[in-house]
Write a protein that binds this ligand. Structure first.
Ligand SMILES: C[S@@+](CC[C@H](N)C(=O)[O-])C[C@H]1O[C@@H](n2cnc3c(N)ncnc32)[C@H](O)[C@@H]1O
Length: 179
């Protein structure tokens, strides 16, 4: 009985934590909406990745995409997230899963350098992306792959490599850009 009660309390505390973290992200301007795990698999499948690749999720939320990339590809994977509550959660999760190649950076997306990135994942609003790509274009190496979930990067449409539209479950746009 005591164990059930304890599990219930832990579950409720985790739920409250997630809701508070979501409210903070809302307040920061881009809500925390995680990419569903089945979509992560689809979006990151079929990529040619080598051990020198470096993955970044900009606006990484709870770090689940970062942990997937780190585990699936075995490469150094970074998450940049402004909401510290989500960063603490993500750090705890990667510590529990013993993923030493997961690095969560608690910072504003615009204050971080993306020079060493070779694969960048975005699940952000188009207005946010429009500002961010100016920075990415300056900093990233030619050939850097940018995957945008749900939102098309209109100024880069000529670089579009692949577009996924998965139905009827939900619509997923996979925009991979090489320049
Ligand atoms: C739609 S969620 C995506 C989460 C994660 N990438 C995923 O796909 O599961 C967007 C995230 O961006 C974060 N965010 C908003 N503004 C940011 C900023 N200026 N710098 C860094 N992260 C930011 C929010 O806190 C939120 O967690």
């Amino acid at each position: 009985m005591a164990i059930i009660l304890l599990a219930l309390v832990v579950f409720l505390m985790a739920l409250i934590y997630v809701y508070v973290a979501m409210a903070i992200s809302d307040w920061l301007g881009v809500p925390f909406v995680p990419t569903y795990s089945w979509d992560v698999k689809t979006l990151l499948s079929g990529l040619t990745v080598n051990k020198h690749d470096v993955f970044y999720d900009i606006g990484a939320g709870d770090g689940s995409v970062v942990r997937y990339a780190a585990k699936h590809f075995g490469i150094e994977s970074y998450g940049v997230e402004k909401n510290r509550m989500l960063v603490w959660y993500a750090r705890l999760a990667s510590w529990v899963t013993r993923q030493q190649n997961v690095h969560m950076i608690a910072a504003d997306a615009f204050s971080v350098s993306y020079r060493k990135a070779t694969i960048i994942y975005l699940y952000l609003f188009p207005e946010f992306i429009a500002k961010l790509i100016i920075k990415l274009k300056k900093e990233c190496k030619p050939g850097t792959l940018v995957i945008s979930h749900k939102f098309i990067i209109k100024p880069w449409s000529k670089y579009l490599e692949k577009f996924d539209d998965i139905k009827p479950r939900r619509v997923v746009f996979n925009q991979a850009i090489n320049w």
